[in-house]
Design a protein around this ligand. Structure first.
Ligand code: HEM
Length: 419
């Protein structure tokens, strides 16, 4: 099979999908509600699907293919990691900026050799030891949120009132920006990753807001240096040179976006799971020692993040020939449901021991924030189960799920029985 599907000149975004093997739509609401059956079908009859929607892309569904593709660096390049491509106007801006200043969001949008020094720069912020120093702050935050939920009464939105509230404040605390503006940060990130995915004006608007904000923060640190991530990035050197403001802004931008939407989606999905599966909920109340395996299993089953790659030279995977310029979706979520690797992959097993999931990716771009994400999930779920006596999602079929780059529940009313 070769890529003889040119990019569609008459996109059908919003039209129903007739065949997921040749026309998949990563923004389809039904797919984002429950993608498992579609991946199962594709894995059996067309493991690397193709679509001309959203600029055209390949979408693997088997574990081995996704792993091999993620490792095929730099033949599959990370220079444009967005699942939904930017508008022509934004693409022009990006091409110009990259020519002038280098990668936009390093390390996630950088290929070797540029990738490694940037990764090394940020990893110390998220080492297991560093992450433990953020735990008390996260626990206090989770308890304050639960106080508010309990005071408010018997109904709360598990996505809006809890899951969405934690990660923006934790990452703001780490970067060294004003936690009290967390609601604005969330709005900006949603502007980029949700509303802005299919709306270039919104995407550009929020990109500008975020970049301007970090430019101000850099100017402020020049006047008053501090002991925070922004100041550390300003002092850092790569090959003897300080980073440009453009690059410091890019790294902070990435940390803000990567730190918010992903983890909030995972916490929300976990609450969705326990709020819809009474037996699993009761088991967690009875056996809290299951939290470590349960969290890994929920990360596997509800993996929120897909990324994209650009093909730089002709290459073949699983019999599919790809050409320079093709886009490939790193479908880590589908890989995590592959029956070749996971027993009963479409079932959540809270005590699953063998669980080499790829929710955090694989290869050189593997998530830099995985220790932080795990700590936040651990604190969020333990605090919730400790403080809330019982809970359930009110109408599971009405929960609204985001899709495209990051999948997670965005509106999820729940009945709550307080402490
Ligand atoms: C449950 C939560 C999270 C999930 C599922 C997740 C998932 C991922 C995935 C799949 C990648 C690989 C990207 C690729 O292959 O192109 C990635 C990269 C990355 N993540 Fe996360 N992430 C999460 C939380 C976080 C947090 C809290 C941070 C902290 C700021 C973070 C920072 C990053 C960074 C900086 C990269 C780029 C690494 C590189 O390019 O080398 N992530 N993440």
């Amino acid at each position: 099979m070769s890529n003889n599907n040119p990019i569609d000149s008459s996109p059908r975004e919003g039209c129903p999908v007739h065949d997921w093997a040749t026309d998949f739509d990563v923004m389809d609401p039904g797919y984002n509600r429950d993608p498992g059956p579609i991946w199962k079908d594709l894995r059996e009859r067309c493991p690397i699907a193709h679509s001309t929607r959203w600029g055209g892309s390949w979408m693997p569904t088997r574990y081995d293919d996704v792993r091999d593709m993620a490792r095929a660096v730099p033949t599959l390049s990370s220079r444009a990691p967005g699942v939904i491509p930017p508008s022509p106007e934004m693409r022009e801006i990006l091409i110009q900026e990259v020519k002038e200043f280098g990668a936009e969001l390093p390390p996630i949008s950088a290929d070797p050799p540029l990738h490694k020094p940037f990764k090394q720069l940020i990893l110390p912020l998220f080492s297991p030891k560093a992450v433990e120093t953020y735990r008390p702050f996260t626990e206090k935050l989770a308890n304050n949120l639960i106080d508010k939920i309990i005071n408010r009464g018997k109904v709360a939105d598990g996505a809006v009132d809890y899951a969405q509230q934690l990660p923006p404040r934790v990452i703001a605390y780490i970067i060294g920006i004003d936690e009290t503006r967390a609601d604005e940060f969330t709005e900006w990130v949603r502007g980029i990753l949700e509303q802005g995915q299919a709306n270039p004006e919104i995407r550009l608007k929020y990109r500008r807001i975020i970049r301007d904000y970090f430019q101000e923060m850099i100017a402020e640190r020049r006047r008053n240096p501090r002991d925070d991530a922004i100041s550390k990035l300003m002092e850092a050197k790569i090959e003897g040179e300080n980073l440009s403001d453009y690059t410091i802004i890019g790294v902070c931008f990435l940390l803000l976006v990567a730190g918010i939407d992903t983890t909030w989606s995972s916490i929300g999905s976990a609450l969705f799971h326990f709020g819809t599966k009474t037996d699993h909920r009761n088991r967690m109340y009875a056996e809290p020692e299951l939290f470590p395996t349960a969290i890994e299993e929920l990360l596997r089953f509800y993996s929120p993040v897909k990324m994209a790659r650009r093909v730089l030279e002709p290459v073949a995977f699983g019999g599919v020939e790809m050409q320079p310029g093709d886009k490939v979706i790193m479908n880590f979520p589908a890989a995590n449901r592959d029956p070749e690797v996971f027993e009963n992959p479409d079932e959540v097993m809270l005590d699953r021991e063998q669980n080499r999931h790829m929710a955090f990716g694989v290869g050189i771009h593997r998530c830099a924030g995985s220790n932080l994400a795990r700590m936040e999930m651990d604190v969020a779920l333990r605090t919730w189960f400790n403080r809330i006596k019982d809970f359930e999602v009110i109408q599971p079929e009405k929960v609204i799920w985001s899709g495209g780059q990051v999948r997670g529940p965005r509106v999820m009313p729940m009945r709550i029985a307080g402490a």
